[in-house]
Design a protein around this ligand. Structure first.
Ligand code: UT7
Length: 331
């Protein structure tokens, strides 16, 4: 049975750079607080006219071109986002249309920060059984329009950024290369610890002026709870990835963790027993781009020459749901 290889990656962020000082103009916060608590210095936000699918299209086109392919070679799209352009249908079909494709499946994955690893797990299963041969896996988010940019929402508004990352995945039958394992987890008991309550069909009416006045359409988070779980579940999932492949921390060339908070990443690194050079960090530039953070970081790491054929790459993520997971890949 073949394994799943990353044939290429690509990413795209919108052009509007937002600094911590810019945020301090909108709400009661400071560069010092944001850097100290999260490590984030800048993030990119969409401008008028930009959409999540628009960002995803550019990232996808870059990845498809880098793989030496054309859009028509893609036989399945898996689109991971928690910030869709519309309630219905999902972003997958809009991206399909933007790429000029018809008659291939477009799957929408709703697993927030863990979306890319969930999507990879699905893609890997399909590729190994031969169902699809060129899967476009996308993580893309537009957070900025949904954030509460007043002091009330400052604990979340300063963390999130917009962006898109994409990978083209295909089968490989060479020297044990490819995706070695994926492990995905969820615990819905914590669903409301980081969520957007409405508009939603659990409400009747599903949207109302009073809901909007209360701000239920803004993400809210119990930051400390999320922090506590993220800093235990991510290292746990790394340990599972290593154990199930009989690898030790010294075998890992690079860990690309979901970029949620520099302090969380440092705790993951320590708990996983990894050196600084084994962990890729770019949160300072982009903030938390949720499902896009791993493919953006992976594309940057590759551009910097951080992975060579045969190296061991480990991915890990944690986010709303709670959901979390890991993947081990022999590059
Ligand atoms: O992918 C998963 C997505 N989410 C995460 O990963 C987030 C995980 N959580 C975190 O990263 C951290 O909990 C935060 C960075 C969100 C917050 O850091 P913290 O050290 O847990 O701070 P806190 O929530 O306990 O708040 C400390 C203080 C509070 O003031 P008082 O009550 O001590 O006077 C907050 O009101 O900081 C205040 N605060 C702020 N101050 C300036 C909260 N947000 C801000 C802000 N600027 N943006």
């Amino acid at each position: 049975m073949p394994r799943t290889a990353f044939l290429s990656t690509g990413f795209h962020v919108p052009s509007r750079l937002v600094t911590n000082d810019d945020l301090a103009q909108m709400m009661d916060t400071s560069d010092e607080w944001i850097v100290q608590r999260s490590g984030i210095k800048t993030r990119y936000w969409v401008d008028k006219g930009d959409t999540g699918v628009g960002l995803a299209r550019v990232a996808s086109e870059k990845a498809i071109a880098k793989a030496g392919l054309e859009a028509k070679d893609i036989d399945c799209i898996i689109y991971c986002t928690c910030t869709p352009d519309h309630f219905e249908p999902g972003n997958g079909v809009f991206l399909q249309r933007e790429l000029g494709l018809t008659d291939i499946p477009a799957v929408d994955v709703r697993n927030q920060c863990s979306g890319f690893i969930y999507g990879l797990s699905i893609a890997d299963a399909w590729i190994r059984v031969g169902q699809y041969k060129r899967i476009l896996l996308v993580g893309a988010e537009v957070h900025s329009r949904g954030l509460d940019k007043t002091t009330r929402g400052r604990d979340t508004a300063v963390l999130f950024g917009d962006g898109a990352g994409a990978a083209v995945l295909g089968p490989i039958s060479e020297d044990g290369r490819g995706v070695l394992s994926t492990h995905i987890f969820a615990d819905g008991r914590y669903a409301e610890k980081l969520w957007v309550d409405g508009p939603g069909l659990a409400h009747d009416p599903f949207v109302s002026v009073s809901m909007l006045e209360q701000g239920v359409h803004r993400p809210v988070m119990e930051g400390r709870e999320v922090f506590k779980f993220a800093s235990t579940k991510m290292p746990e999932s790394v340990a599972i990835a290593l154990k199930s492949n009989r690898l030790s921390p010294t075998d890992v060339t690079l860990l690309v963790p979901h970029q949620a908070n520099l302090r969380i990443i440092e705790m993951v690194q320590k708990a996983a027993g990894l050196r600084d050079d084994q962990v890729y960090i770019n949160i300072q530039k982009y903030g938390n781009t949720t499902a896009a953070s791993i493919p953006i970081a992976l594309d940057e790491a590759l551009a910097e020459g951080r992975l060579r054929t045969g190296d061991v790459l480990v991915l890990t993520a944690f986010g709303s749901g709670f959901t979390w997971g890991s993947a081990a890949i022999r590059w």
